[in-house]
Design a protein around this ligand. Structure first.
Ligand SMILES: [Fe+2]
Ligand SMILES: [Fe+2]
Length: 341
């Protein structure tokens, strides 16, 4: 059965809600003022690494991506929904990087433009690979037309730098933790796609390092009150989106033989630790109420989704959800020493 999207049909498994991957744009003129001189040696090293293109041969367009075993209908939905959302997020990265590359070229910043173009190259490969896994499932998504239909969210440059840094690093940890789990439990690797995750995650790691370098090109962005607020807000919001999404797609992780809650915690723990190399502060995750609040938020979110058509109950649940969000946002943070070096 083929579920091909037409110009009017939404992509399968892509309901519109807060957790749906979005498309972004930013302040291009400001991006064009990035002072690379502050990070020149790191910039040259990153550009050379991107030009070297270590994964050139990795994303083999001919590699068969057909599933290795049959899945029950709900398992199939879980897998396909994972593919659709991952594909749309990768494509969203591609669009942002491509647009930045195009505009920076126009703004006479050829080096920066080149760097974004190379990142766009990687994201196009990632999206293309996931798209091929979807085709193997009989699903075709018209990505360019999808981008034309979905609203584009505008973010100030600071926000893009913080949030893309974190999404690249969280992406790295997600791919590598799934890879490690499946290497330890190969009987759960039901699709050849998973065999590609290890070098794949290195691309995301490199992109994250590039964004760390870009943050450092803006003095003051990772210091003082601004640094504290940006770190707190973006760590919290990226972790929250992750927790709610993993809870919503819990079936997919169970299908891989993973416990979604433990996976979510480990991804947050590792990303938080990594972010200590870029941000002035990170959360204290162990020994605080952070994970306990995560459990309560996820639980309230489930109840909210189940209470459609009950306005009074929804009002109460929304108030509870808001109160939990505030408490989680205010959880203790610890200073990181590397950033101020
Ligand atoms: Fe990617
Ligand atoms: Fe990436």
């Amino acid at each position: 059965m083929t579920a091909t999207t037409t110009s009017t049909a939404p992509a399968p498994h892509l309901r519109e809600d807060l957790l749906t991957p979005r498309f972004y744009t930013t302040e291009i003129a400001k991006a064009a003022r990035t002072n690379l001189d502050l990070q020149r040696p790191v910039f040259e090293a990153m550009l050379a690494e991107m030009e070297a293109d270590y994964n050139r041969e990795h994303f083999d367009r001919k590699a068969p991506l057909d599933r290795l075993r049959a899945l029950a209908p709900d398992q199939k939905t879980a897998y396909e929904s994972y593919l659709v959302r991952s594909c749309v997020s990768e494509f969203s990265g591609f669009l942002l990087f491509k647009e930045l590359s195009r505009q920076l070229q126009k703004a006479s910043r050829p080096e920066l433009s080149r760097l974004f173009n190379l990142m766009a190259r990687d994201e196009a490969r990632h999206a293309g690979f996931l798209n091929r896994a979807l085709v193997a499932e009989g699903i075709e998504i018209d990505l360019p037309s999808l981008s034309g239909k979905r609203p584009i969210t505008w973010f100030p440059l600071n926000w893009v730098l913080y949030s893309v840094y974190l999404s690249e690093k969280i992406g790295y940890w997600r791919y590598i933790l799934i890879d490690r789990h499946l290497k330890a439990h190969p009987e759960n690797a039901f699709a050849p796609l998973f065999d590609f995750f290890e070098p794949w995650c290195q691309d995301e790691n490199r992109h994250g390092d590039i964004f760390n370098m870009l943050i450092r090109c803006w003095p003051g962005l990772n210091r003082g009150l601004r640094g504290l607020l940006l770190s707190r807000f973006f760590l919290w919001s990226v972790f929250l989106t992750h927790s709610l999404t993993v809870c919503e797609r819990g079936d997919f992780y169970r299908l891989l033989g993973m416990d979604p809650d433990r996976f979510d915690e480990e991804v947050m723990r590792q990303t938080n630790r990594t972010a200590a190399r870029a941000f002035p502060v990170v959360f204290v995750l162990d020994g605080s109420r952070y994970f306990q609040l995560r459990d309560q938020l996820v639980d309230t979110y489930r109840q909210l989704k189940a209470s459609a058509g009950q306005p009074l109950r929804q009002l109460g649940l929304r108030a509870r959800f808001g109160w939990l969000l505030l408490q989680q946002f205010l959880q203790p943070m610890q200073p990181c020493t590397e950033v101020c070096a």
